[in-house]
Design a protein around this ligand. Structure first.
Ligand SMILES: [Zn+2]
Length: 309
């Protein structure tokens, strides 16, 4: 209960300044950070060598539902976009899986949990949430937890392309003890009252992938061989966020390139249009160009944009 002294404290201008500061910058750190134990990076190979050592891992895509977002958020330039009269559009929210012979079940991003079945903002909270996620839709049993259970998958390792809510919203349905990995220094976006969620409540620690320890492999500036066996590569593609990651899976069924939100949409990828939501537009343009160059040089590759085939 508020007594007079508390009330006076609350009404002081300084308090409002602190509160406003907290609301605007208050990224409450949800989990302890520690370094992902990166295997030694081999220094003397090229993409052509890597293809010859393709592994038997197979990538599965889980479509966990859709969110309705402003078109201007996923496409920076709408001049040529055929649906430009639409202010909003539905995009899919994926999680990706492969089974690694040594590391077991690996998940990339986490999709949506079952709270998106009732539509609206799902597990998003805050006054700004309806402007980012205008609506959502998900069928019964489409949430990531239900799909993994049906497939008999229990992730040991969860790699996040970046720490945005639509990539972390499946975390509450992950098994306890699953390791969660994101780029070193990637900021956690959590703004009390404005835009927040509980996705990391059950996550004790985040393991940070040190992309600076990777090597330049044209056209990319920083590539990390995540397991040290050339099956799975993390590629630094900053711009949408400072630590956005794309991933390459070196499967004998063919290479799969996951762009992460370096390009939310296939349309943006094909037409060289960066996301509207970009922390650094110049970096976003460089990253998208590098991904497009890589895909052009490797025409057999399957490219999956952040939220679209
Ligand atoms: Zn994002």
């Amino acid at each position: 209960m508020l007594n007079k002294m508390h009330l006076n404290t609350l009404l002081r201008p300084g308090f409002f300044a602190v509160l406003l500061g907290l609301m605007l910058t208050g990224c409450s750190e949800p989990a302890e950070r520690t370094a992902y134990p990166l295997p030694e990076q081999t220094q003397d190979y090229r993409w052509t060598d890597i293809r010859e050592r393709a592994s038997s891992v197979l990538l599965t895509v889980f479509d966990t539902g859709e969110v309705k977002v402003p078109v201007s958020g996923v496409l920076d330039n709408l001049e040529t976009y055929p649906g430009s009269e639409d202010k909003s559009r539905w995009v899919k929210v994926f999680a990706f899986h492969f089974n690694h012979p040594q590391y077991g079940d690996v998940l990339i991003d986490t999709g949506l949990d079952r709270r998106f079945q009732s539509g609206g903002q799902g597990s998003y909270r805050g006054v700004l949430a309806p402007f980012i996620v205008e609506d959502s839709r998900q069928q019964r049993g489409q949430n990531i937890g239900a799909q993994l259970k049906r497939a008999g998958i229990s992730p040991n390792l969860i790699f996040l392309s970046h720490i945005h809510g639509d990539h972390t919203s499946g975390l509450p349905e992950m098994p306890q003890g699953a390791r969660v990995i994101a780029t070193a220094g990637e900021s956690f976006h959590d703004y009390p009252l404005i835009m927040y969620n509980d996705h990391f409540d059950g996550v004790v620690q985040i393991e940070e992938l040190d992309m600076a320890a990777g090597r330049a492999m044209g056209p990319f500036e920083r590539v990390v061989d995540v397991f040290g066996d050339q099956t799975f590569f993390a590629i630094a593609t900053p711009g949408h966020t400072a630590g956005n990651l794309s991933f390459l899976i070196n499967s004998s069924e063919g290479w799969v390139l996951l762009t992460g939100d370096a390009s939310h949409t296939r349309y943006g990828f094909d037409n060289n249009i960066i996301p509207g939501w970009a922390e650094d537009r110049n970096e976003a343009m460089r990253s998208l160009e590098a991904l497009r160059t890589f895909a052009e040089k490797n025409p057999q590759i399957t490219v999956i944009a952040g939220h679209e085939w």
